[in-house]
Design a binder for this molecule. Structure first.
Ligand code: SF4
Ligand code: SF4
Length: 748
């Protein structure tokens, strides 16, 4: 980069904290085309100063030494295709967190500015991805959530194709006459609105419905998914811009609930089976066709049970209330009793619960069923009742409110299974074949479960979490999956009832439409929405090690026969995890690269002698750790002045060479602060923190071998709202390094 400008802000306390004249004179050493100061750079006048200088000096880049990169984004928004922007946080990281006019504070500001100036010239021009984008939304699954997604997408002007494997839309719900109330006064059953919605969808010329159909294969990327659908022996192909998977859930296998009497007596039925009985018009006991005198409902049948489904299935309490109301409406003489662990009736459903409870002949009691005996008249043994005593109840019909299991396929498990099958057949040794066979046995239940049949290197379906629900970031991006442009909705995503599934369908459709629009503008979707730049792979130097294709959490990269990565740019979320993974360091973004950060580390001032002031590099994730640091600064919490913060897109984007460079430069320690790992992860890029932990484990071993203390590298998990911890963590690390003494590489 030949022409760049430096713009320093003296507002928000920066002018009082540091000597800006001195800062500007050290910035001049980097030979900027222009170096200016403004009392309020984010004001219209400040912005004009920048714009005028850019025009006059034909600048290719600007360094803004002002507030955090997270602040004033609208005020400092520039065309990324024309101008590279480097922001140095003099406000949060200096003025708001360190004593004014202090020598160490000035040195900190000086260092941060020098680091920014070192990185700015490394920026390369950003080029947009220019691809044709198709606007059709593919909806897989024609249940409640899928139908609502289709209605929503069509309403937003997008053509929709629904692929439904059965020969009717609406699933089990469509066969219900009445559903729990969704409108005031929320006390009586209401007519099922689904048949009318199905009629509306069938009449919508923008929605095509393919019934009795299955996805044969999906390849491509957002805006360009090539879809092949097989239906009645015919295969048809089309292109879709985004996909909503709403394949719903099925009842838990009641055959596993023998202790609740299922299978032992025909008079123990599941709630779906009771719906089938009620659909015939009259309540009849399966054993003899007689009207039962008392019906007993067992809640949480299989749900909230570590032996079966550890989670709450969310919908069964409402379903039981609906069935009790339906029975009482038709047969007021029938008594009902309900045994629950807790009745869960959130929102307005509580009013319906109260109305059902108030009907004569209903009993609700807390207790767990230990066993059910008998054949005609049934005896139900109950433990843990509210009275604390074992109780026996009698009933003519027992209804098990069984939990729900997602209709999903775990793409990662299927891929691992396929790899293991290959190795079991063609392994190099008998031991390898035996080990692979063990894996095959462990995973064989996934055989043939494919739904989306994605032609992705990382497996044919969305990756699933422990209980089979596709992964989603429950807190920040519920509908997002680890496959860009494919959104999970309804009971497939999490246990939910009909009103929630309706909302979910709309939510997922909006995400699908946003994704198509983002693809059209060549922009990333969450969490780096709006980002245009894509990673550049200098493939001439690729060794086909496959680390990037393995570690990309979003399945962006496929491989050719030799194992060379093939980028699908519109699948890319711009996390930089591939950049952190690549041992050859050949992956970079225009404004975020291994070289760029390495040059910042090189630009830090590190005295050759240990002056009991350890020099520290802090690599902070921009999603959680950096906001927490900014919040700490806003609360005027200070931290050790020898910490130099370098924001990173994700801890997974940290290339180990930065740590090696830091230590070989004599920097005393490197701390990485990022999001929480685990199934309830906070990491916005899913696996970034986990991968960083794994990679650091390896480098710490290397340090020990080189007689360098592994304690010089630390990784800390921290959430967005833990601002108070940031100064504590940084100060504690500085103290540990002080106690440890100088980095032995200092001065070499
Ligand atoms: S930047 Fe992230 S999403 Fe894109 S290819 Fe690299 S690892 Fe995958
Ligand atoms: S990590 Fe780097 S060297 Fe390895 S396959 Fe990917 S691009 Fe090639």
């Amino acid at each position: 980069m030949e022409r760049f400008g430096v713009f320093c802000c003296s507002g928000c306390g920066i002018g009082e904290a540091v000597d800006l004249a001195q800062l500007k004179s050290s910035a001049e050493e980097a030979k900027p085309a222009v170096c200016l100061e403004h009392a309020c750079l984010c004001s219209p006048e400040g912005r004009k100063q920048i714009d005028d200088a850019v025009a006059e000096h034909q600048l290719e880049g600007v360094l803004l030494a002002a507030c955090s990169s997270r602040a004033k984004q609208a005020e400092f928004a520039f065309d990324p295709l024309r101008l590279a922007v480097e922001r140095v946080s003099l406000r949060e990281q200096v003025a708001w967190s360190h004593p004014p006019k202090d020598e160490d504070t000035q040195l900190l500001a000086d260092d941060l500015l020098r680091m920014g100036l070192a990185r700015l010239p490394k920026a390369t021009p950003t080029k947009p991805v220019e691809e044709e984008v198709e606007t059709t939304v593919l909806v897989v699954g024609g249940g409640v959530a899928g139908l609502e997604a289709a209605r929503a997408a069509s309403g937003m002007g997008h053509p929709v194709v629904i692929v439904e494997k059965s020969d009717r839309l609406g699933g089990h719900t469509a066969s219900l006459e009445q559903v729990v109330p969704e409108t005031p006064p929320y006390e009586r059953l209401q007519t099922n609105p689904l048949p009318a919605r199905i009629a509306e969808i069938e009449a919508d010329s923008g929605i095509r419905v393919l019934q009795g159909a299955r996805i044969k294969t999906i390849s491509g990327q957002p805006g360009q998914f090539k879809v092949e659908v097989e239906s009645q022996g015919q295969v048809e192909s089309f292109t879709a811009g985004a996909i909503v998977q709403a394949t719903g859930a099925r009842p838990y296998d009641a055959g596993r609930l023998g202790h609740l009497g299922y299978g032992g007596s025909p008079n123990v039925v599941t709630s779906d089976e009771l719906d089938e009985i009620l659909a015939k018009g009259e309540l009849k006991r399966p054993s003899d066709g007689q009207l039962p005198k008392r019906v007993l409902f067992v809640q949480c049948a299989g749900s909230r049970d570590p032996q079966h489904l550890p989670y709450c299935s969310a919908e069964c309490c409402g379903r039981t209330l609906r069935q009790i109301a339906a029975i009482h409406a038709r047969h007021p003489q029938v008594e009902t009793a309900t045994l629950y662990k807790d009745m869960r009736t959130p929102g307005q459903l509580e009013r319906f619960y109260a109305a059902v409870q108030a009907q004569p002949g209903t009993l609700f009691a807390r207790g767990e069923v230990s066993s059910v005996e008998g054949n005609g008249r049934l005896t139900i043994h109950v433990k843990d009742s509210l009275l604390g005593e074992a109780v026996d109840l009698e009933a003519d019909l027992v209804v098990l409110a069984v939990g729900m299991v997602p209709n999903s396929a775990d793409g990662e498990a299927i891929r691992t299974l396929r790899d293991a099958q290959r190795r079991a057949e063609k392994g190099e040794s008998e031991t390898q074949k035996a080990e692979a066979q063990k894996k095959v046995d462990e995973l064989k239940s996934h055989e043939g479960t494919e739904i989306l049949n994605l032609d992705y290197r990382q497996g044919p379906d969305l990756p699933a979490l422990r209980y089979g629900f596709p992964d989603s970031h429950f807190i920040c991006f519920p509908y997002e999956s680890r496959r860009t442009g494919i959104y999970a909705a309804g009971a497939l995503r999490a246990p939910m009832d009909i009103p929630q599934a309706v909302e979910d369908g709309w939510g997922a459709a909006m995400k699908a439409v946003q994704c198509i629009e983002a693809a059209r503008r060549s922009e990333a979707v969450h969490p780096r929405s709006g980002e245009i730049a894509i990673p550049d792979f200098f493939l001439q130097r690729c060794t086909q090690c496959k680390r990037c294709t393995e570690e990309c959490p979003f399945g962006t990269l496929n491989e050719d026969q030799k194992g060379t990565p093939q980028l699908n740019p519109l699948r890319c979320r711009r996390c930089g995890i591939c950049m952190g993974a690549c041992p050859e360091r050949i992956i970079s973004f225009p404004t975020y690269s291994v070289d760029g950060v390495a040059s910042m580390i090189k630009a830090m001032s590190v005295p050759e002698e240990f002056d009991e002031k350890p020099r520290i590099v802090a690599l902070l994730c921009e999603n959680d750790a950096l906001p927490a640091l900014d919040a700490a600064a806003a609360a005027r919490k200070g931290w050790n002045p020898w910490v130099r913060v370098i924001p990173v897109r994700c801890l997974g984007s940290v290339n180990l060479v930065w740590i090696a460079d830091s230590l070989s430069r004599g920097i005393d320690g490197v701390i990485l602060i990022g999001c929480k790992t685990g199934d309830d992860y906070q990491c916005h890029f899913v696996r970034g923190s986990e991968l960083a932990q794994y990679r650091l484990g390896n480098i710490q071993e290397t340090l020990t071998r080189l007689a360098l203390e592994p304690e010089r590298i630390k990784i800390i998990e921290l959430a967005h709202d833990e601002a108070y911890r940031v100064p504590e963590v940084l100060d504690a690390f500085a103290k540990e390094l002080e106690d440890l003494g100088a980095n032995p590489m200092k001065g070499f």
